[in-house]
Design a protein around this ligand. Sequence first.
Ligand code: ADP
Ligand code: MG
Length: 335
Amino acid sequence: MTAAARVVTTALLIGIANHAIGAATGLHALRYVMGTWCDLVVLNSSPNAEAVEASFQEIARLERVMSNWDAASEVSALNARAGNGPQPVSTDLAAVVREATDLCSLTAGAFDPTVGSAVHAWGFDTESPRKPTSERARQAASPVGCDRIRVQTEPPAIALERGTRIDLGGIGKGYAVDRALAVLRAHGVTRAKLDFGSSSLGFVGQIDGGWPVVVADPRNRDRPLVSFRVSEGSVSTSGQREHSFIRNGQRYGHIFDPRTGLPVQSRLLLVTVIAPDAGLADGLSTALFVMGSTEGARLVSTLPDTAAIFVEERAGHDVTIVTAGRVDDLTRLDR
Ligand code: ADP
Ligand code: MG
């Protein structure tokens, strides 16, 4: 596809989207939260500013629970008490950690929130990641494993083995989207779209023809790569490119293989997942990135109402796209 044709296709998509969205009056709000832009569109006949504010407040509240960038967050305090037996935690922290450990079982350990020690050793919880010494990397890989976490819900408590560090970066945004959508619904919102830094998207209700989703090329975010439609559920995209650094010609990114405790090395540019809820979509997109397209597609085919798009980089600038499950109106926009 020529550049001009691509622009037309993209404009068409936006046109369709505006046509569908234009059927109702709406509210559009943008807020910087959890280190990224959160874009919310409410399409109710009487959109409610209070609902929008309450959903952003919910995300900000959860950031103080789950952030591993903030030494004062609840999860940071829990990590500091690793090795000291069960610690009382909030209902949210117990719930999200339980969701994370369930995903660890579902993905045979490809998703593992205890990669925190490795993520920390490589500085991916800071603005300046760097390669640690091999000795430091080896040490940081040893306290990784979901059997090192025990979660109890009544009353909520979590025990971590010594040295283990929980990192909710792979699921936190999805969990926050699910909670923010619940707040919108509780305020009577019947149609809305919440886009969290383009990596986690959730919807309330449906629009004619399905919600249009465009995934950008991580090598150049101004270039749309694929588009598709979702009738309901959530969408999450994971990739290394935007959170990576190059050292001696080798690229290292923020998604770790829990089996080695090292950044995943692969030809995958991104994995997009469509799943019934945003926590699952978020965790699964991280896990499928670790698993790769063959093993990942096999897992997706066993999960109800779940689909995935794997985009692999080929020689030159070309890509190969592999899908698993049902993706409506999947269109390549890069040619
Ligand atoms: P993003 O946060 O950019 O949307 P992801 O959802 O894929 O991307 O999450 C990546 C983050 O997840 C990393 O920054 C790290 O905090 C955490 N993480 C890295 N590897 C894993 C893994 N194998 N399992 C669970 N969490 C991981
Ligand atoms: Mg994720």
